[in-house]
Write a protein that binds this ligand. Structure first.
Ligand SMILES: *[C@@H]1O[C@H](CO)[C@@H](O)[C@H](O)[C@H]1NC(C)=O
Length: 499
């Protein structure tokens, strides 16, 4: 049912004039007599916000050192530590060990078992002649290392090791001489180190020539021989973090869109760690919680240097991924992911309308209900002037002003949540449609599976953001109940974000 604005239907809401409505009446869009007070909600609509600070990201990427490899005394076969956040909004964290753990289950991905043929040699070693001297890789995304039998230059054992380590895409195999620990302490009885990485490295990154004193002086220093590198032929898709949708990539452009919330550097390319950063980022005063992230590899002078994770409160797509780099920095492997809103059409943008104003008691995505004796106590508006963003909003309180009963809105379909997970309900409400006196008793309750989880008693208020965390049972029913004419409650941009 479509109500095109008619006096009998919209007296209540439209009689509470806003300047915009007056203007439209003058244009003849709405044939109503105007009276009542204009209520300003100025300044409460989202501004587009800052755009990505690409210069700062590039500047920090030029100075950060995330390159490493196995230490002289490092114990082999250690589990790969969790991804580390090395920089937050330009400030180094100094983190050396795991700062966060990824949500359980996100890492488990079906992997085709890999074989030696799935790797290609990137660079060769020097050989093992008496005077041959080589260097091992000092590179980003170092994961762990093992010692393989040095009865031969054991490429197969090393690549098998890489295949067994989650996230490994590259192996560096080399002999390390004059390392006391390898010669006497390690049970492997081998000096053939196999270091594995989450990034493919090249020969220019062979910068560790040894030179450390491992045996007591004046014994000779450590030196490296025959350092070869192998990378995987086909990159494994990094997967989609739980609670997110894949949007674009991999491409060589980073997002330069508005709604920017800042960035972190990660010690490896980890979409799951980036999602955790987005989930945990403090909300923006204007835009609310993080709704989109862009992860990419910063290659400085041809060398992978860091992994940028930038965050946004406005979802975007590949069309804004226009930053290909600055100076000697290149953007590579850029991917975008949008946080899934478990409330379908939480912005009420699905309200159909061929004109300027339409209103419905229900529509395809949402159901409005009035209590017995109530008339249009919950209505859905297509009207840009009344929306926080876009065209759609919902109002609680009798639209025609016939009664002072509360209305209820609920999504047409239960939320497709995962039982046991927590979700953050985020929404904007305003109760400034009418005069401050009329709006004083404004109220709205958030109801989750029949239980009131948040009571909002805002009085007279411009668009303001509210949140409440709930636990899902699966197929959850979300509802908003409130409004009592002439104290209207308007709702817009309702979300449920998985935590
Ligand atoms: C193999 O490793 C052991 C332990 O480090 C070392 O003593 C031996 O010389 C190595 N053999 C070769 C051929 O490098």
């Amino acid at each position: 049912m479509v109500y095109l604005p008619r006096l009998s239907v919209i007296v209540g809401l439209v009689s509470l004039t806003s300047a915009a409505i007056v203007a439209r009446q003058k244009e003849g869009d709405i044939s109503l007599s105007a009276h009542g007070e204009h209520s300003s909600v100025e300044g409460s609509r989202p501004d587009p916000g800052r755009t990505t600070d690409s210069e700062l990201i590039a500047e920090v990427a030029e100075t950060i050192d995330q390159k490493s490899g196995p230490g002289v005394d490092e114990v082999p076969n250690q589990p790969v530590p969790d991804t580390i956040v090395t920089v937050v909004d330009g400030e180094a964290t100094g983190e050396k060990s795991a700062r966060q753990s990824r949500p359980a289950g996100d890492r488990a991905r079906a992997r085709r078992p890999r074989a030696v043929e799935d790797y290609t040699q990137v660079f060769a070693g020097t050989g093992t002649g008496a005077s041959d001297r080589d260097a091992s890789v000092q590179g980003t995304a170092y994961l762990t290392f093992t010692l393989v039998s040095n009865s031969t230059y054991n490429i197969e054992a090393c690549l098998d090791f890489c295949s067994s380590v989650s996230g490994c895409v590259f192996a560096n195999l080399y002999y390390e001489f004059n390392n006391y620990g390898l010669d006497f302490e390690a049970s492997e009885q081998s000096n053939l180190k196999c270091a594995v990485y989450g990034e493919v490295h090249t020969a220019v990154e062979k910068t560790n020539f040894g030179g450390q004193q491992s045996y007591p002086a004046p014994a000779p220093l450590i030196y490296i021989q025959h350092s070869g590198g192998w990378g995987i032929n086909e990159f494994v898709d990094p997967g989609v973090p739980s609670g997110y949708e894949y949007v674009f990539g991999p491409i060589n452009g980073a997002t330069s869109a508005p709604g920017y919330m800042g960035f972190v550097f990660l010690d490896r390319y980890d979409v799951h760690a980036c999602a955790v950063e987005c989930n945990q980022r403090a909300p923006d005063a204007v835009g609310g919680y993080c709704q989109f992230f862009n992860i990419w590899t910063a290659v400085v002078s041809g060398v992978p240097t860091t992994y940028t994770c930038s965050m946004y409160y406005t979802p975007t797509d590949a069309s804004t991924a226009t930053n290909t780099g600055q100076w000697n920095l290149q953007v590579t492997a850029s991917r975008g992911y949008r946080r899934k809103n478990f409330v379908i059409d939480g912005g009420f943008e699905g309200i159909p309308c061929s004109g300027t104003v339409c209103l419905y008691p229900s529509y395809a995505n949402w159901i409005g209900t009035s209590p017995p004796g109530g008339t249009d106590d919950a209505t859905f508006w297509y009207f840009a002037e009344w929306a926080r963003r876009g065209h759609g909003s919902a109002s609680l309180g009798s639209a025609p002003g016939f009664d002072a009963l509360p209305g209820t809105i609920t999504p047409r379909h239960p939320l497709a949540t995962i039982a046991g997970k927590q979700y953050r309900i985020e929404f904007w409400q305003h109760s400034s449609h009418n005069s401050p006196e009329s709006q004083a008793p404004s109220w709205v309750d958030v109801i989750w599976n029949g239980v009131v989880v948040l009571q909002v008693r805002p009085g007279y208020s411009p668009w303001s953001r509210y949140t409440v965390v709930v636990t899902a049972s699966g197929n959850d029913i979300l509802a908003f109940q409130g409004g009592q004419f002439p104290a209207y409650t308007f709702l817009d941009d309702i979300s449920a974000w998985q935590l």
